[in-house]
Design a binder for this molecule. Structure first.
Ligand code: NAD
Length: 730
């Protein structure tokens, strides 16, 4: 075990270096925490040591806690997991509090050894909580480094003293974006915000920290001194009172009350502010344990941290040689093609961007120029970087330029004939090893592959719009798609730092298959006379980022009409057209959604959403008796979730982890739940099946319990239990 090492130099500085073996970034495990504690004791008790510096052997400091630890503790303390988690948290507090007190006399605050943290780069989560326990934090002036506490993003909050210390150091108001939104700063930003204390050139980092610990500095923390007052005021101070009232309202407004971590964090801060520091740490630990015991938090950690990372690292990658892309050809420089060119060039990949006309190709490339210009305005990008990225994109109409591409991504019009024509033109130029991908959102991959020379090298790589913001990429295997093409697509997605899921070819693949029933359910409720505001609010109160009507406005009514017509043509009598009347009427009214400044919502001239359009209720009067909130919510959630279960039954999904991660990243499925399968596990399969029976009786066959769910309900099984640790659907 060599995660931490201690070296005492000739000046009497004990340097504790963190260097997790076999990882590119340090992560804290239970063993490494114990080792840090032991080494710190050693340094503290060694008379030769005058001061201590904690640093890293890597170019970053640490990426955070290994969250697998939490699952391991839960497993270990099966009978009383809360006890195990609380003890674990308190042990962490004791270790870090020891660093903070550093041997000072508890009464007089005299004595003690100065401890500095020296951060060469990124310091996240517990990677910042350890430094916060030190007496001074130095960071190298590395603009790429990220410093912060992102725990809230995965459904927990900083539980190793970060919450209590940051609030006491900065005040509740200043700390709130860092704690409640997980805002990360670069070192200069962190210095300005007051999170860290000094930024120095990288090659002076260790010397600066050493010089400081040897300078006999004052080390007692303000909150350990008599008369400490919290910056900005504690809750009962007039200024503090305003902060806490406002924060409470803001948190509820932003989370709609569905994220237990945000609420618990606020309680820990509020209650902690009223008591001495050590008691505050205990309060933090109790709320932290409470959050860890909430099924929502475990589900979020599992999907948004553990499984997301596993998929990004190639959990479902076929075992073939590295397929890293060196040059990508993108055909169609429209909205999607331009975005794909941008993210590829940002990843350092050479791009040939083709469109039918040179102006269109140039316009596609301009998208990258504009993006980089915005970065320059925000001082995040240099002019040289812009030139370098643009230099990677060759915008042209000449297919011959594709000769050396090893991957093609086609993003031309959604038309089988146009796509077939383009495929043939591309393949007249490219070599036999080049993989051809289509970005189609609705056309079957197996069909489109017929136009290709080699269907084994043909695949779907489905991006979401806007490409630079949406983190999910859905990779679709046609019937004949081979392993090399899958690996190529996965390696490409890894290069552009997005999260992949791999699914099989069926109508609308996975994401659109699930989101369309959500939209349709919302629209059919309008027709039934459900108050539109109830529909929208029910969706938000259950954690959906956009209500179904707003989402329709964003994606456009005409797209909805197009999909409805195409689906009807393909499905014939089996097509359920309940939503079409409202949708087609809106289309006929010319209310196409945000893009026409009119849709289910009204908009002002500047395109700002004003509220639900009154004409909607005039045409579809709201019923006197409105349904219960829970029924509206369950209609909206089950519409998506049952589609996910059917996708699993039909083997469109091969892995429930992909179903959950894809749902959150692809269309924002209630992130607090961990995704549709996690949600079913939270409510339990017997209750889910019972609810489906009730919804079927009330609203129709589309809520019919899928056979798989029925069987699982009979056996009282969970999805993650049944589909195993590796979570592969058998
Ligand atoms: P778009 O209309 O913005 O762009 C299409 C581009 O392809 C245009 O610039 C057009 O000039 C070009 N083009 C058409 N025929 C061509 C040809 N024969 N040779 C070269 N260029 C040609 O469309 P878009 O929204 O970017 O969609 C492109 C593809 O991506 C479609 O298959 C669509 O289904 C899919 N898609 C779209 C979205 C979305 O939200 N817009 C999301 C996922 C996937």
């Amino acid at each position: 075990m060599t995660d931490f090492t201690l070296k005492i130099d000739s000046d009497g500085v004990g340097v504790i270096t963190w260097d997790t073996v076999g990882k590119s970034m340090n992560v804290m495990s239970r063993d490494s925490m114990a080792l840090l504690n032991d080494l710190f004791d050693q340094a503290l008790n060694d008379d030769a040591v005058k001061g201590i510096v904690i640093t890293s052997g890597k170019d970053s400091f640490a990426g955070g806690m290994d969250l697998n630890v939490l699952a391991a503790i839960r497993e270990e303390y099966k009978d009383d997991p809360a006890k195990g988690l609380f003890e674990f948290t308190m042990n962490g507090h004791h270790a870090l509090r020891k660093i903070e007190r550093a041997g000072m006399d508890p009464k007089t605050n005299k004595g003690g050894k100065p401890v500095a943290a020296a951060l060469p780069g990124t310091a996240l989560g517990i990677g910042l909580e350890v430094p916060l326990a030190c007496h001074r934090i130095f960071a190298a002036d590395n603009p790429k480094a990220k410093i912060g506490l992102p725990e809230i993003m995965v459904g927990i909050f900083p539980g190793a003293g970060g919450t209590t210390r940051l609030v006491r150091k900065m005040g509740a108001m200043a700390a709130s974006p860092l704690l409640l939104e997980g805002k990360l700063n670069n070192p200069q930003g962190a210095l300005k915000a007051g999170v860290i204390d000094e930024v120095v050139p990288a090659d002076e980092l260790l010397d600066a920290a050493k010089a400081w610990v040897l300078s006999e500095p004052k080390i007692v923390k303000p909150w350990d001194e008599k008369g400490y007052k919290m910056p900005g005021g504690a809750p009962y101070h007039p200024a503090g009172f305003m902060t806490f009232v406002g924060a409470s309202a803001m948190v509820n407004g932003k989370t709609q009350g569905v994220y237990p971590a945000a609420k618990a964090l606020l309680s820990a801060v509020y209650e902690g502010a009223l008591v001495p520091f050590d008691t505050a740490l205990k309060i933090e630990a109790r709320y932290f344990t409470q959050v860890l015991m909430n099924p929502s938090s475990s589900a979020m950690i599992r999907s948004l941290f553990i499984n997301k990372e596993a998929l990004e690292k190639g959990a479902n990658r076929p075992d073939v040689a590295d397929q890293k892309v060196s040059q990508v050809g993108i055909i169609g420089a429209g909205m999607m093609g331009a975005g794909i060119a941008l993210v590829s060039a940002l990843a350092g990949i050479k791009v040939v961007l083709i469109d039918a006309k040179q102006e269109a190709a140039d316009k596609g490339k301009d998208y990258t120029a504009t993006y980089m210009d915005k970065g320059i305005t925000r001082k995040k990008v240099t002019a040289e970087k812009k030139e370098a990225v643009l230099g990677l994109i060759n915008a042209t109409t000449d297919y011959a330029a594709l000769k050396d591409c090893d991957l093609i991504v086609e993003a031309v019009f959604e038309d089988v004939g146009v796509k077939a024509d383009v495929t043939a033109k591309v393949q007249a130029v490219t070599g036999p090893d080049c993989v051809f991908a289509t970005n189609t959102s609705t056309l079957p991959i197996t069909e489109l592959a017929k136009a290709a020379k080699d269907a084994e090298k043909f695949i779907g790589i489905h991006f979401f719009s806007p490409v630079d913001k949406m983190m999910l990429v859905e990779i679709i295997k046609g019937v004949k798609t081979g392993d090399v093409a899958v690996a190529k697509a996965l390696d490409f997605v890894r290069q552009i730092r997005k999260t992949p899921i791999v699914v099989n070819d069926e109508r609308f693949f996975y994401a659109n298959r699930c989101i369309i029933p959500y939209i349709n359910e919302g629209i059919r409720m309008v027709k039934e006379g459900v108050e539109p505001a109830l529909i929208e609010n029910a969706a938000k109160l259950v954690g959906m980022p956009l209500g179904p009507l707003q989402l329709t406005d964003e994606t456009s009514i005409d797209l909805g009409v197009k999909i409805a017509k195409a689906t009807k043509a393909a499905m014939g009598d089996a097509y359920d057209d309940a939503q079409d009347e409202v949708l087609f009427w809106m289309f006929d009214e010319g209310r196409l959604g945000r893009k026409s400044n009119s849709g289910f919502y009204a908009y002002d001239e500047k395109g700002k959403r004003q509220g639900l359009w009154e004409g909607l209720s005039a045409k579809y009067p709201t019923a006197d008796e409105q349904p219960d909130l829970i029924d509206v919510q369950h209609r909206l959630l089950f519409a998506q979730t049952l589609e996910a279960v059917r996708a699993l039954e039909e083997n469109v999904l091969e892995d429930i982890r992909e179903g959950d991660v894809g749902a959150i990243l692809g269309w924002g499925f209630a992130p607090w739940s961990g995704g549709p399968f996690s949600w079913l596990d939270i409510i339990g399969s017997p209750y889910a099946a019972e609810r489906c029976d009730q919804l079927t009786e009330m609203f129709g066959e589309r809520f019919k319990t899928p056979e798989l769910l029925r069987e699982m309900a009979d056996k009282n099984q969970s999805f993650y239990g049944r589909f195993g640790v590796k979570a592969k659907a058998a």
